[in-house]
Ligand binder design. Structure first.
Ligand SMILES: [Zn+2]
Length: 391
C-alpha cells in the first residue's frame, strides 16, 4: 500500500463526518457493561462471562465462529436482558448516545417487539419504552454537543406468524417515533411472501417497509421482496451481485446487468449494505472483495450500515475505515454514501432534503476544507489532488 493520499480522511475526520444509518439492530448494539448490569439486576444468570470486556470479546467470537447456533445464542442473551421497561429504555437511550458520539446524525434502528414480551410487557409498552429511550438518548447527545435523530423500525420475525399484528403496530405508532417496518430472521425456508398480508396492508396504509433479503439467500429472495412484496429497500441485498456478470476484466465498463440487477439500479432501490456483518456470515470473503466496491462504481443506490455493532465489534466509523482502506475512498465517497442513505430514509421528503442540505453537505464541506488550514503542512501543493479528482 502507498501512504494515504491527502484526500484520504483520517480516522478523526471519519468520526466527525456526518453519517446516516438505516440498518442497525437494537438487540445487536448493547454495551457489554449494560448487559452485565441488567443481568445482575434482573437475576439473569446464563451469561457466558460477567466481565464486560470478556463478554464483548465473547460476542464477537461467537459471531465470527461460523456456527449459526452460537450466533443465535448471542441474541438470546441480549434479548433476555431487554424484557423490562427500564431495560428497554436504557438500551435505547445508550444506542442513540453511542451513535451520536460516533458522528451519526440520522439513524433508523430496528427491533422486534414480539421478542420483548417475556417480562409481561405488551407490544405497545415495548414500543413506548424504546421510543422514550431514543428521545432520552437524543437529549443526552445534545448535552454532549452531538445532534442525532433516531427513528424506529418495527421488525416481524419471518419464522413467526405475527407480521400482520406488528405491521398494524407500526402503523399505529407512525409519526410517534416509528418510521417503518421490516422482516428479519433466517431467509432459507421462510420466503418474504409468507408475510404478504402484512406488506399489502402497509401499502394500503401508504406506509414504508424494508425486507432482509439477499444476504445468505440469493436472487429469488431479492426478487420476491421487490416484485411480490413491494419492499421500499433491501436489507443487505449483497447477492444482487449474482445478477451482474463480468465481461472482460473488472472495472465498471466491462459488466453486464441482468434484468433484476437492472431493475434495482434503474428504480434506485436502496441497498442497506453491512460489510463487516457480511464477512462474518460468509456473504463476502474480504472487504476488498465485498460487492459494495463494484456496486458503488456502477452507481447502485448503496448505503453503508452496521447491522449488529456488538456482535461485529463495529461502528459506522469503523465500517467506513474498512471501506476507505479497501477502496481508497475519499470524503466525497463518504458523502455520496451518506446522501444515498438520507435520500432512502423513511422520514418525509422535506425533512430528508433539509438533512442533506443543512447538515450533511455543510458537514462534509467543512471537513474537505480542513487541509487549507493545516499549519504544519510541509508540501501544500499535493493537497490539490482531491480537487483535481472531482473533474
Ligand atoms: Zn440485519
Amino acid at each position: 500500500m502507498q501512504s494515504p493520499k491527502p484526500s484520504t480522511p483520517t480516522p478523526e475526520q471519519i468520526r466527525r463526518a456526518p453519517k446516516a444509518l438505516l440498518h442497525d439492530h437494537l438487540d445487536g448494539g448493547l454495551r457489554p457493561g449494560t448487559i452485565v448490569d441488567i443481568a445482575r439486576a434482573t437475576g439473569y444468570d446464563a451469561l457466558p462471562e460477567t466481565d464486560p470486556d470478556k463478554l464483548g470479546t465473547w460476542f464477537r467470537e461467537a459471531a465470527d465462529s461460523g456456527s449459526l447456533e452460537r450466533y443465535l445464542e448471542t441474541f438470546a442473551h441480549t434479548c433476555a436482558v431487554m424484557q423490562t421497561r427500564d431495560a428497554l429504555f436504557r438500551v435505547a437511550a445508550e444506542c442513540a448516545e453511542d451513535l451520536a458520539a460516533d458522528g451519526v446524525v440520522y439513524a433508523e434502528v430496528r427491533y422486534a417487539p414480539e421478542q420483548h414480551l417475556e417480562g409481561g410487557l405488551s407490544l405497545e409498552e415495548v414500543v413506548e419504552a424504546v421510543n422514550d429511550g431514543f428521545r432520552e438518548g437524543e437529549r443526552r447527545a445534545r448535552e454532549d454537543g452531538n445532534r442525532i435523530r433516531v427513528g424506529a423500525l418495527l421488525t416481524a420475525m419471518r419464522h413467526a406468524a405475527r407480521s400482520q399484528e406488528i405491521a398494524e403496530l407500526a402503523n399505529r405508532y407512525r409519526d410517534l417515533g416509528v418510521v417503518g417496518f421490516d422482516i428479519a430472521g433466517a431467509e432459507a425456508g421462510y420466503p418474504p411472501t409468507r408475510h404478504l398480508d402484512a406488506f399489502e396492508y402497509l401499502k394500503r396504509e401508504n406506509n414504508h417497509f424494508t425486507i432482509h433479503a439477499g444476504e445468505a439467500f440469493g436472487l429469488p429472495s431479492i426478487w420476491q421482496a421487490l416484485q411480490w412484496c413491494g419492499a421500499d429497500r433491501l436489507g443487505h441485498g449483497v447477492r444482487i451481485i449474482d445478477d451482474i456478470s463480468a465481461e472482460g476484466r473488472g472495472g465498471a465498463a466491462g459488466v453486464k446487468l441482468g434484468r433484476l440487477a437492472s431493475y434495482v439500479r434503474d428504480k434506485r432501490v436502496p441497498l442497506e449494505m453491512c460489510p463487516t456483518s457480511n464477512l462474518q456470515t460468509g456473504a463476502a470473503s474480504s472487504y476488498a472483495e465485498h460487492p459494495i466496491g463494484l456496486l458503488r462504481r456502477l452507481h447502485f443506490r448503496v448505503t453503508v450500515n452496521t447491522d449488529n455493532r456488538l456482535m461485529s465489534g463495529t461502528s459506522m466509523s469503523r465500517e467506513f475505515e474498512h471501506l476507505i482502506e479497501a477502496f481508497d475512498y475519499t470524503l466525497d465517497d463518504m458523502q455520496w454514501f451518506t446522501v444515498n442513505a438520507m435520500k432512502s430514509a423513511f422520514i418525509p421528503f422535506d425533512e430528508r432534503l433539509a438533512m442533506i442540505n443543512e447538515v450533511i453537505k455543510p458537514g462534509y464541506a467543512e471537513l474537505k476544507a480542513e487541509w487549507l488550514f493545516r499549519q504544519s503542512a510541509a508540501a501544500p501543493p499535493v493537497a490539490s489532488d482531491s480537487v483535481a479528482e472531482e473533474g
